[in-house]
Design a protein around this ligand. Structure first.
Ligand SMILES: NC(=O)c1ccc[n+]([C@@H]2O[C@H](COP(=O)([O-])OP(=O)(O)OC[C@H]3O[C@@H](n4cnc5c(N)ncnc54)[C@H](O)[C@@H]3O)[C@@H](O)[C@H]2O)c1
Length: 264
């Protein structure tokens, strides 16, 4: 039997197969839980003791994540739809009675093209998923979090939002938007026990980069002083901290995770 998590505020022990996960009594909502960073972070938060609800548009991917999780449940949900997001959050509250932490990891890059070739519909889609989607989830989560006087919001931004990657203008603009959104929200609720931070990784080895052309990928890796891609487990390590009460005096911050690429 493998013991995965030790936690002082142990409330119950649930098991699946030979893995025992001690719960910490807290509930986390993870968007983009079907793939990449969201998938790995959902599993990490569960090992940390959270009861995790994953949401995504990719039902098959959600099922695959849940298949290797101890007790993660999932809901198919498009974060671009405010009503779908509100329903998802309402169901979390009905099923679990609380919402302590949120990770906004759902995201798309859009096409890798110069700005003059970027079609309006591609611009609109990237804005809808990356920026409006984050807004929808943050807004829906703030109600129960403010009422409870506790919350941790973690938003996936990107180094692209700080520096601007050529040929990924919409992506870069939305990630800059996520950094600003997070800073604003954090100040609004700074005295209410609700903390909001963003994470700005350089390129991380996940499926999102499969659609980015090789030249742009090479450009992104060449900018990293460590000379390598990041791994999802390295992102989850930071998310684990930011989504927990261990994070207590940081809010509105944008945390670098870039192998040395970020210089501010
Ligand atoms: N991987 C990287 O290099 C990298 C670097 C910096 C930032 N990020 C950010 O991290 C986050 C996760 O990226 P990833 O690499 O894990 O990508 P990924 O493609 O592996 O996962 C993204 C997930 O978001 C889901 N998604 C897309 N549109 C959605 C929608 N409308 N509603 C709900 N779910 C939707 C996808 O189905 C997918 O499961 C993204 O916000 C991305 O911008 C990634």
């Amino acid at each position: 039997m493998q013991r995965v998590c030790e936690n002082d505020i142990l409330q119950s022990i649930l098991s699946k197969g030979d893995i025992v996960v001690e719960t910490n009594g807290r509930v986390a909502l993870v968007t983009g839980a079907a793939s990449g960073i969201g998938r790995d972070a959902a599993l990490r938060l569960e090992r940390d003791g959270f009861t995790v609800v994953g949401i995504d548009v990719d039902e098959a991917g959600l099922k695959a994540t849940a298949a290797v999780a101890a007790r993660m449940t999932w809901q198919e949900c498009d974060v671009t739809s405010a009503t779908s997001v509100q329903s998802a959050v309402a169901r979390v509250l009905t099923d679990h009675g609380r919402l302590d932490s949120v990770l906004n990891s759902a995201g798309i890059t859009g096409p890798t093209v110069p700005t003059w070739d970027l079609r309006e519909e591609d611009w609109a889609r990237v804005v809808a998923v990356n920026l409006t989607g984050t807004y929808n989830v943050v807004k829906a989560a703030l109600g129960p979090m403010r009422e409870a006087g506790y919350g941790r919001i973690v938003n996936m931004a990107s180094i692209a939002g700080k520096e601007g990657n050529p040929n990924l203008m919409a992506y870069s603009a939305t990630k800059a938007g996520v950094i600003g959104l997070t800073k604003s929200v954090a100040k609004e609720v700074a005295t209410e026990g609700v903390l909001a931070n963003s994470v700005a990784p350089a390129v991380v080895r996940t499926p999102i980069n499969e659609g980015v052309d090789p030249e742009t990928q090479a450009y992104m890796v060449a900018k990293i002083p460590m000379g390598r891609l990041g791994e999802v487990e390295e992102v989850s390590e930071l998310i684990s901290y930011l989504a927990s009460e261990r994070c207590s005096f940081s809010t509105g911050a944008c945390f670098d995770l870039s192998g040395g690429r970020a210089t501010y």
